[in-house]
Structures are given as C-alpha cells and as structure tokens.
Design a protein around this ligand. Structure first.
Ligand SMILES: O=C(O)CCC(=O)C(=O)O
Ligand SMILES: [Fe+2]
Length: 311
C-alpha cells in the first residue's frame, strides 16, 4: 500500500450529463475544485469533438507541419511564444505554431491565409470547429471554478475578455545521442490550458510532492490545466503544475494546446481574500505576466506570478 504510482483525476464531461444547477453539476464542481487545488489539472473525458473531427484535425496538423520551413516561419506575433518555434538548439525535437483568436473566423482565417495564400477552407473550418468546441469545455470548467468560490458575478465579464491561443505542436522522436526533451519543465502562463494529443505518450505532470505522472492519451481525453494567471486569480488556492514533454521511440507526437488568455487586467475577487487567506496578488495585466516570464528577472524567480504581481 502507498506505493501505487500517482494518477491524474479523471472527470466526466460528456454531453448531457452536466447542466448548471443540477446535482451532477454541483458534484462535478467539487471534483473540479479539488483536482485543481491539489493537482492543478485533471483529465476531462469530453465527447463534443466527434471522432471524425478529431481525426481530421490531426490529419490537418500533419499537412500543416509538412509545409516548407520558410512558410511556417511566417507565423509571427508581438507576444512571446505565440508564433513559430522550430529548430531550437535546446529543444530540437519541438516544432510549433500559434493561432491567435482561434475561436473566431477572423483569427483562424488570417493564420490559414499566411500558410496557404491560395486559401484552405478545409483547414480553416476544421480548426475553427475544434477550437470552439474545446473552448466550451474551458468555459464550463471556468464557470465551475467561479461558482465554487462564490465569484460567479465576475464570470460573464471574464468570458467577454477571454481570448484563445491555439498552439499546434509536433515533436519528432529523438535520434541516437539526442536529447529526449520535447518541452522543458515549466508552468503555463495562461488562465486555463486544455491539451489534447495523438496516441504518442510524452506529457508528464509534476505533483506537489515532486512525483512525475505520465499522461496516457486517448481520443476523448483532454488535460485541463491551471496556468499561473488562475493561480494568482484564485489568491494562491489553485495549483499551477510543472509539466514537460519527454519523447521516446520514433513516432511523431502531435499535440494541440488551447490557452485561455485575458485581455487587460485580472483582479483577484474580494471573495477570495479574508483574514485566513490574506491577499497574495495585486491586480495584474495578463499579457504583462507573459512578457515578464521571458525577462531575466523571471528566470531567477521560483514563481513567475509571485515575482510579477505578488503583494
Ligand atoms: O505537448 C504537450 O502536451 C504540452 C505542451 C506544453 O506544455 C505547452 O505548450 O505549454
Ligand atoms: Fe505547458
């Protein structure tokens, strides 16, 4: 006893079972909050993305990464880590691109037109449908968190200011004598991240006790993870877990991350601070936190959020 490998909590978000106000919703709220406070993440079983859309999305991803590098590098952004990353000496297995405002036609269309100047409606429609459906999962989780902390009155305005970055990632298998690191250990700067991937394992999440849990993927599994912005918003109650990707074998791993960001300032709800839980964070600009992360000062800090906006 006690020697079993730790596992991520698995929660059922399949269609039809969860409606706000019902008993199953309230029970799910408890499970979500417990998972986010203890692990900073959980596996959501979610069936709104049909297996057909799932397959098509990963096929489109392969086509995208097969484009010439000189096309892919045209994916740029004024925000760090939002554009093309590839052939990086520290993470040579990793290649990724970012679609800003990925739940809007404008956002996905503008990315598509850069990659395929003659247009690619199939890519555009597939990715937009995927982003919209997965953002519904993110919003459901967010609603549960806001409700559980008696902060639901802030939910609507928070949603209005939410914008999604969709990162499309490909990891190739390591060659002999090459590093196995696909993505080095980090915490996300998002509010919430939803990760989904093909069948090739590699994602590992660190528990508060420092143990690494390997995620076992399946087509209907989505890893819902808290980022540093949610840690700060929750006044330190929610954990933002360290995670990394370690590659083995020679099959390519494709993964898709939907990162929820907040335009403008995030305030810590007064409902989350009291005598027992003194206010730990000042109001902060979410993109400011992201930019700060890529400065030297942040590199030395144990917690990016504490260093950026700690009281
Ligand atoms: O590929 C993955 O599953 C994780 C990627 C990741 O952690 C990130 O992009 O922040
Ligand atoms: Fe991450």
């Amino acid at each position: 006893m006690g020697s079993e490998a730790p596992r991520l909590p698995v929660l059922n978000f399949s269609t039809g079972t969860l409606k706000p106000g019902t008993r199953s919703w309230l029970l799910a709220c408890k499970d979500v909050l417990h998972a986010l406070e203890e692990y900073g993440c959980f596996v959501a079983v979610y069936d709104k993305v049909s297996s057909e859309l799932d397959n098509t999305t990963f096929c489109q991803l392969e086509e995208l990464f097969d484009l010439p590098t000189e096309t892919k590098v045209k994916n740029t952004s004024d925000k760090p880590y939002f554009g093309y990353i590839g052939q990086h000496p520290l993470i040579p297995l990793h290649e990724s691109m970012g679609i800003e405002d990925a739940t809007t036609l404008k956002g996905v269309e503008s990315f598509t037109n850069i990659m395929w100047p003659a247009g690619n409606d199939h890519f555009c429609e597939t990715v937009l449908s995927y982003s919209k459906l997965v953002s519904e999962l993110e919003q459901m989780v967010k609603k549960m968190v806001f409700e559980s902390y008696d902060a639901e009155k802030y939910y609507d305005s928070h949603i209005q200011s939410t914008t999604y970055l969709l990162r499309l990632i490909k990891y190739r298998g390591p060659q002999k004598n090459e590093t196995c690191i696909g993505t080095s250990c980090h915490t996300d700067k998002s509010f919430i991240t939803v990760l989904h991937q093909n069948e090739v394992c590699g994602l590992e999440i660190r528990t508060k006790d420092g143990e690494w849990i390997s995620f076992k993927p399946s087509p209907s599994s989505y890893v819902v993870m808290a980022g540093d912005a949610l840690l700060a918003w929750s006044n330190g109650r929610i954990h933002s877990p360290e995670h990394r990707v370690i590659m083995n074998g020679n099959k390519a791993r494709y993964s898709i991350g939907l990162f929820a960001y907040h335009r403008g300032i995030i305030e810590i709800p007064e409902e989350l601070a009291d005598e027992e839980h003194p206010l730990q964070f000042k109001p902060f600009n979410h993109y400011g936190l992201l930019h700060f992360y890529f400065t030297n000062k942040a590199g030395q800090a144990e917690s990016t959020a504490k260093a950026y906006c700690g009281v």
